[in-house]
Ligand binder design. Structure first.
Ligand SMILES: Nc1ncnc2c1ncn2[C@@H]1O[C@H](COP(=O)(O)OP(=O)(O)OP(=O)(O)O)[C@@H](O)[C@H]1O
Ligand SMILES: [Mg+2]
Length: 251
C-alpha cells in the first residue's frame, strides 16, 4: 500500500526526516515511535499527502504522490476519502457547530449515504453517542479527541493515521479505540511515544531517532532485544516495557 524510498524532509533547512525507507502492506497495524521532534508527525503528514518529499519518493497504491498528483480531482477525492489523519491536537480539526455535524461532515463532502445511521453507529463505537447534540467548543480534551477520531472513521478509510491518539483518552476509551483498530481491515499507522500504548495499537514498530532517521523496524520482541542500541539513538522507552516483558513471563 505504501512505498517510501529515500524520503527526506526539512523545514526551512532544519531536517525533520532523513533518508527514510518504509513499506507497509494493506491491513498492517504499525506504530511510529521516537522522541519529541524525531519526525513522527512529519512522517504521518507525508503519508497523508499534506506535505511532499523534498528528496526521495512516496508511492501510494502504485501512484507517485506529489503536488502534481493532486491536480487530478478524481484522484484527490479518492485519496482524501481513503486516507484519514487524526492530528496530534484535536482542536485544529474541529470546526462544525455540533458533534453530529462534525462527524457527518466527511459523509457530506464525499456524498456518502445513510448519514444518520453511520454517525450514530460510529458515535456508539467510540462511546460519544450522548454528545451528538453538544457544541464542539465546550467538550473536554478526550471528548474532542474521540469526535476527531469518529469523524475520520465514519468515512471508512482504507488507511487511518493517528498522531498520539491517546494523549487525552482515559483507559476505557484507549482500549475501545485499540479494539476498533484491531478488529478492522484498515491499515493503521499510529505515532506514539509510549511503548505500552504502541503495543495496544500495533504489532509492527518503526522507530525514528533524534537525528530523524529510521533506526528500527520490527516486532516487539526484536525491539526489546535491541533496546540497548536504541537507547543510543535517544529512544528511552524501554524501562516500562521491561516490566511488561516480566509480567508476560509471569514475573
Ligand atoms: N511547521 C514546522 N515548521 C518548522 N519546523 C517544524 C514544523 N513542524 C515540525 N518541525 C520540526 O521538525 C522536526 C520534527 O517534528 P515532528 O513534529 O515531526 O516531531 P514528532 O516526532 O512528531 O515530535 P512530538 O513527539 O513532539 O510530537 C522537529 O525538529 C520540529 O521542530
Ligand atoms: Mg508529533
Amino acid at each position: 500500500m505504501i512505498e517510501i524510498k529515500g524520503l527526506s524532509f526539512s523545514f526551512a533547512g532544519q531536517s525533520a526526516l532523513l533518508d527514510i525507507n518504509l513499506s507497509i502492506t494493506r491491513g498492517e497495524k504499525v506504530a511510529i515511535l521516537g522522541p519529541n521532534g524525531s519526525g513522527k508527525s512529519t512522517l504521518l503528514k507525508v503519508i497523508a499527502g499534506l506535505i511532499f518529499p523534498q528528496k526521495g519518493e512516496y508511492v501510494f497504491e502504485g501512484t507517485l504522490i506529489n503536488k502534481k498528483t493532486f491536480k487530478s480531482k478524481e484522484f484527490t477525492r479518492k485519496f482524501r476519502k481513503n486516507v484519514q489523519i487524526v492530528f496530534q491536537e484535536p482542536d485544529v480539526m474541529l470546526f462544525n457547530p455540533t458533534v453530529y455535524d462534525e462527524i457527518a461532515f466527511g459523509l457530506r463532502v464525499f456524498g456518502i449515504d445513510n448519514e444518520e445511521e453511520k454517525v450514530i453507529e460510529v458515535a456508539r463505537m467510540l462511546l460519544i453517542d450522548k454528545l451528538l447534540e453538544r457544541s464542539i467548543y465546550n467538550l473536554s480534551g478526550g471528548e474532542k479527541q474521540k469526535v476527531a477520531i469518529a469523524a475520520c472513521l465514519v468515512v471508512e478509510p482504507s488507511l487511518l493515521l493517528l498522531d498520539e491518539p491517546t494523549a487525552y483518552l482515559d483507559t476505557k476509551s484507549t482500549l475501545t479505540l485499540s479494539k476498533i483498530i484491531r478488529d478492522s481491515d484498515m491499515t493503521v499507522i499510529t505515532a506514539v511515544h509510549d511503548i505500552h500504548t504502541a503495543r495496544l495499537f500495533a504489532d509492527r514498530f518503526v522507530a525514528l531517532s533524534s537525528e530523524h532517521k529510521k533506526v528500527f523496524d520490527g516486532t516487539f520482541d526484536e525491539l526489546y532485544s535491541n533496546r540497548e542500541k536504541l537507547r543510543d539513538y535517544g529512544i528511552h522507552i524501554f524501562d516500562d516495557a521491561e516490566c511488561v516483558k516480566e509480567e508476560e513471563n509471569g514475573g
